[in-house]
Design a protein around this ligand. Structure first.
Ligand SMILES: Nc1nc2c(ncn2[C@@H]2O[C@H](COP(=O)(O)OP(=O)(O)OP(=O)(O)O)[C@@H](O)[C@H]2O)c(=O)[nH]1
Ligand SMILES: [Mg+2]
Length: 299
């Protein structure tokens, strides 16, 4: 174990909240780089995602989590469990809510918070969507719900107020060592990030139940040093034949567009040319099968 430098702080912060409140957008903003995919659709994030923020005086380790909701399918239960588990053994919990929504008395987040004794900071995101005057009554109403270590309004999309939020959170981290090298932003394998980038493009282009039944698995990832290229083969699993038809599109146009957009982003991430091949496959009702979920990396 490394010895902490005098005054150096480090620790874990779990970012939790309802789906779509902006948890992943905030993670990316704090770390200064896109690690987690985001979308206007709820239930985008499915796993716990570590983001590392290194400063001269501290290393803050953020856990982005799936939105907490009343889950029915195995996949949804897995997602909520990930969020619940992230709250264990952290130094601080950051509960995110939206500035343009009234106080949610009946939030399933309360049940999760009631089981932990960790300090909780309330982050009121999307303040760009409301007048400043609207924030005070909201802060007042939330502070009557429970005790908070701090309440901070901010906008993850515009970056306003995020420095204040960072400072408030830092106060709750103990003295500790630098756990990760300064230039490391996450512990996720490249394969996972590649699969997520592909899923994000699917989310951008599909509606209704299709995006919720998509799982992307990277099956091959080969670096060719001679041509300085990476060849990636990935399977986009869907729950039904009808979903496959939508994803393939007219003469393959949809899957081609998804592939092109994903490839460009993967090339930016990896800094080399990429050859990306996508296959769409039906795995009937996989979101209700523990076995299939395991196979797709949700275990
Ligand atoms: N106007 C505005 N929109 C925001 C802000 N932060 C996030 N959003 C948008 O809110 C939507 C959801 O953002 P995400 O970061 O994916 O939300 P999330 O909480 O991670 O969602 P799940 O992973 O589904 O739980 C996206 O369309 C974001 O662009 C903000 O500060 N202002
Ligand atoms: Mg998310």
């Amino acid at each position: 174990m490394k010895q902490p430098e005098a005054g150096f702080r480090s620790g874990f912060v779990a970012i939790i909240g309802r789906p779509n409140v902006g948890k992943s957008t905030l993670l990316n903003c704090l770390v200064g780089q896109k690690i987690a995919i985001t979308s206007p659709k709820p239930q985008t994030t499915r796993n716990r995602i570590l983001g590392i923020l290194s400063r001269d005086d501290a290393q803050m380790l953020f856990l982005d989590t799936p939105g907490i909701h009343r889950a029915k399918s195995s996949l949804n239960k897995y997602m909520v469990d990930q969020a619940r588990a992230a709250c264990q053994d952290v130094d601080l919990v950051l509960w995110l809510v939206e500035a343009d929504r009234p106080v949610d008395e009946d939030s399933p987040v309360h049940e999760v918070l009631s089981k932990i004794s960790t300090p909780v900071v309330l982050g009121i995101n999307k303040m760009d969507l409301v007048e400043r005057d609207a924030l005070l009554p909201l802060i007042d109403a939330y502070s009557r719900q429970r005790e908070f270590a701090g309440i901070v309004p901010f906008s993850a999309l515009q970056g306003t107020g995020v420095d204040v939020l960072q400072q408030v959170m830092l106060e709750y981290l103990p003295e500790g060592p630098r756990y990760f090298p300064e230039d490391q932003v996450t512990d996720l394998p490249e394969r996972f990030i590649v699969a997520e980038i592909i899923r994000e493009q699917v989310l951008n282009r599909t509606q209704q139940e299709v995006p919720y039944g998509v799982a992307v698995v990277v099956e091959s990832f080969q670096e060719n040093e001679k041509s300085n290229m990476i060849s990636i083969g990935a399977v986009v699993n869907v729950e039904r034949e009808a979903h496959k038809r939508i994803l393939v599109g007219k003469r393959g146009s949809m899957v081609r567009n998804i592939g092109t957009a994903a490839r460009l982003e993967i090339e930016r991430l990896l800094g080399v040319k990429v050859y990306l091949e996508l296959f769409v496959r039906v795995q009937k009702n996989w979101t209700s099968s523990d076995r299939m979920m395991k196979e797709f990396g949700y275990e």
